[in-house]
Ligand binder design. Structure first.
Ligand code: ADP
Ligand code: ZN
Length: 435
């Protein structure tokens, strides 16, 4: 099958031309940020770097980093690059209170983001003949809006399903002949299992491709999803800070995701020293937006551990590729697509009168994440009345739901029964083997 591109000139641009384009855009973007974002201007002043020092991408390393802590400090308007009057949208990271990030978009920003998602859809074989079922969550989460916009740009018939209500998803999929499914990989696997349970065979539904991302998933999971749904499954990567999904997307070769580097300039750094590492080395992925207006981020540390490659790709795209993220530099877990920090669990426990003696156990059963938190009772709370324990567990679980957006299964255990470790406590047992 001949390869199709959404924006061929960009996607197959000779590397030297791309670097020139990036350099031109970077100079402008730095100027824009320096003039309009006081927070970052201060960081640049502290480092003694001025917009005039940035002549092209070779000077990128001179700029200061920006971290999630900066985003929190600057919340909500401190990093705005345009007057609110020119902004048309916000999105926010999934269900976290203490660490919520709010990103702003002008119409230009929405357009460029949707173009990125459109490139992903076309790379997965999408055309205006397709019916694209968007089963990512709609709302503050970027998944639904991003793929929805991309699907419109490609001209697919868009089914704005949002996530959940699997029976309805399946009914629409069948009745309206969805050919492309966009959702998290765990939800795709769940839809696959549900179809199987209902007695459908892969050939009973017209799906041909899926675009799955927002959380880590393995090659084994890809094969399983491809088999149960009878499709080719493509990865897509992004984060709210940089727009949302579509920062990078997979092509037919499926050996990494092409980064939309005309909009997002990628670097790999040593997370401890901040030193820029050469291509092919593993480190923390850092992005610089090149033409975002409302929420431009220079050298934003994603905390995703990754590797970049310029190896020639059989799809004809020259865009640099990133491997699947291989872990994180912080302790953030992604459970059923929701970001969870152990510190949030700790906050809830302290608020509810417990000691921070707990362990989070995450697993993946039938391709769905399970999420359990074992918590020690205080000696004075100790009881062996089952009904009392159940009530206390429910109360804690509900408090965690308010904090995290998802309900863990809380299990209260006897005082002093969680193993104390010699050094750093083992707070998280992640059995999912995602990397
Ligand atoms: P979202 O709201 O889309 O979950 P967040 O900004 O909350 O976005 O989370 C972004 C993080 O999700 C990334 O930094 C990365 O760790 C993870 N992520 C997104 N897409 C993928 C993917 N395809 N594979 C692995 N991890 C991913
Ligand atoms: Zn490719």
């Amino acid at each position: 099958m001949a390869e199709h591109y959404y924006q061929k000139d960009i996607e197959t641009m000779p590397i030297e031309d791309m670097k020139k384009l990036q350099s031109e855009k970077l100079v402008k973007q730095v100027k824009h940020v320096y003039e309009n974002v006081a927070y970052y201007r201060n960081l640049m002043d502290e480092k003694g770097v001025k917009p005039e020092d940035i002549h092209g991408i070779e000077d990128l390393h001179k700029l200061p980093f920006l971290s999630k802590a900066d985003l929190r400090d600057a919340y909500p308007y401190g990093l705005l690059g345009k007057p609110l009057k020119e902004c048309v949208r916000i999105h926010s990271t999934s269900g976290t209170t203490g660490r919520r990030v709010v990103a702003f978009y002008t119409q230009h920003d929405v357009d460029l983001w949707e173009d990125c998602c459109a490139r992903a859809i076309v790379a997965a074989g999408g055309t205006d003949e397709d019916v694209c079922q968007v089963a990512y969550g709609y709302g503050l989460f970027t998944g639904g809006a991003g793929l929805h916009g991309g699907s419109h740009k490609v001209g697919c018939l868009t089914l704005p399903m949002s996530s959940g209500n699997t029976d309805r998803q399946i009914q629409f999929m069948e009745d309206l002949g969805a050919t492309i499914l966009c959702c998290t990989p765990s939800y795709a696997a769940y839809v696959g299992e549900s179809l199987k349970e209902k007695g459908y065979k892969p050939e009973d539904i017209p799906l041909k491709a899926g675009i799955f991302g927002a959380e880590p998933w393995t090659e084994e999971m890809r094969h399983q999803i491809e088999e149960t749904l009878g499709i080719k499954a493509y990865d897509i990567y992004g984060l709210t800070e940089t727009s949302g999904p579509g920062v990078a997307f997979e092509c037919s070769e499926q050996t990494g995701m092409h980064i939309n580097e005309d909009h997002f300039l990628a670097e790999i750094i040593d997370p401890d020293t901040g030193e820029v590492l050469p291509e092919g080395e593993k480190g923390e992925l850092v992005f610089t937006s090149l033409d975002k207006e409302a929420f431009p981020l220079l050298r934003y540390r994603t905390r995703d551990i990754c590797v970049l490659s310029r190896k020639k790709c059989s799809c004809g795209r020259t865009l640099i590729k990133m491997a699947k993220p291989m872990g994180r530099t912080d302790d953030m877990l992604i459970i059923r697509g929701v970001n969870v920090f152990p510190s949030q669990i700790e906050t809830v426990l302290l608020n509810e009168g417990y000691q921070p003696n707990y362990q989070i156990i995450v697993d993946r059963v039938n391709n769905t994440d399970t999420f359990e938190v074992n918590v020690e009772m205080n000696p004075e709370q100790f009881t062996d009345k089952v009904s009392e324990i159940l009530g206390m567990e429910r109360k804690l679980s509900d408090a965690m739901k308010i904090m995290l957006g998802i309900n863990p299964k809380v299990r209260l255990v006897a005082p002093k029964s969680i193993v104390r470790s010699e050094g750093k406590a083992v707070r998280v047992v992640d059995k999912r083997k995602l990397v």
